[in-house]
Design a protein around this ligand. Sequence first.
Ligand SMILES: [Zn+2]
Length: 142
Amino acid sequence: MTEHESVRQLLALSAAGLLDAGEERLVREHVGQCAQCAANLDDYLALSAGLSELPAPHPSADLVSRTAMLLAAEADRRQGAVFAAVASIFALVFVLLLAAYGFAAIESRPTIGGVVSAFAALAIAGCGLLYAWRPAAGGIVD
Ligand SMILES: [Zn+2]
């Protein structure tokens, strides 16, 4: 890409005052040597000045209120997702400890209670895993 082409892409941003000092210096140096870019920059400056003179509409109070409510709901949802993930991890650790206890009971002295608690703990652990993945997938946490 030639300097002319790269500067052409910066002309509108220069007119809007959005370039950093280095980019602005590059534009100014090039415009001093290139009549076509100088003319384009003048057009962009005139357009920018015209746009800044237009009245800026203010959003309605209803729109501002609804937007604020949506932002607050999104913040609550994100906070709830973090809480649900942490709670799920703690629940999962608890259930895995319960399962380990159940399997230890089966190994040392097989009883119906030990078998039932081991399978129940595994089932609960599976549900905990599903729930833990739910907020990570962007689901809504109640
Ligand atoms: Zn040029």
